[in-house]
Design a protein around this ligand. Sequence first.
Ligand code: COA
Length: 384
Amino acid sequence: MQDSQLYPHALTGRPVISATGLFTPPESITNAELVASFNAFVDRHNAAHAAAIAAGEVEALAYSSVEFIEKASGIKARHVMAKAPVLDPEIMAPRWPERGNDELSIMAEIGVAAAREAMARAGREASDVDAVLCAASNMQRAYPAMAIEIQQALGIVGFGFDMNVACSSATFGIQTAADYVRAGHAKSVLVVSPEITSGHLNWRDRDSHFIFGDVATAVLVEDAAIAPAQHWEIVGTKLKTVFSNNIRNNFGFLNHAHPETAEAADKLFVQEGRKVFKEVVPMVAQMILDEAARLGIDPTGLRRLWLHQANAGMNRLIAHKVLGHEASEDESPTVLDTYGNTSSAGSIIAFHKHSDDLAIGDAGLICSFGAGYSAGTVFVRKVG
Ligand code: COA
């Protein structure tokens, strides 16, 4: 069958972003609340091991500090799916009632909420959408794929699959969706990123306990022929991966550890934050400049950068290298302060919240970077 018979419009093979959606968990933890809980845990730990600490057999744990967290990262608060257990010094992990197999999984639930908003903003019915990609740092289970559960909950006929490229999952998902459109294999693809990062964060680790937050985003990538009049042309996408152990999580069905042992920390998020900072900033800045040159875009003319939200200092440096001057909040908006690092969803939250005010013709960049290492650029231009 010809495309023209399948669809009322002749497809163009040109991918665009039609709309985005966002689910923000209602509960939020401030740095002050987080540090109070962490320091209570430190007191308990040091009291419980007082003799061993005095004998030099166990190292005393040190307090965390609100000032350090904000100065080193720019994070002031983070949303979470379950605040009370995360702050309980006896638990320090998210907990929620076990759900049966006939109930919607928690990851699917927040992914569906974000997807519904993206679909509503584009005026889409489930029957308009061909595919669902669940692109996130962590999947709740091995199978069936989260994407297929989200697809089912939305009533979409077609296909779905999960993909994980850590913090770059969403941009890799956008390129994958764009490639389906370019190839004519789909006309409308949802890229859903439910990031319940509170589950992989080691809330007992002073170096990283403040980093992450929970959220879900959705990006609707479509053929220009069916997109709403106002949309974002995807001018070009570029992906890059370079292996590094500096951000790692060994959780997995082949890697077991008893939760009480030291190895358990190895099955959660660990990083060499300084090395990541130093190595990723130049890699990403150069990648953006190379890709802009390839696309014939003057990077200094980009109206806005929606950068991955891991560290305010990293974004300042990257934006400076790309724009050629210190970026204003308007040129490189931050959502890190209230959301924390939301892994792959961060740059999409920034885009979702800070793109309506751009003028037709304005060009911008969605850019992710993180574990792998992985990085993705999506250059867009507003059309209307
Ligand atoms: N409270 C108080 N002090 C703390 C602390 C805390 N929670 N955590 C660490 N410190 C101390 C350290 O002990 C160290 O003390 P010292 O100088 O006496 O040894 C000092 O603060 C600096 O620690 P360091 O880990 O080097 O901090 P940093 O300035 O590198 O900031 C990060 C840490 C994680 C915020 C920063 O490295 C970062 O964001 N890197 C990029 C990470 C990234 O993008 N990761 C991607 C994840 S997807």
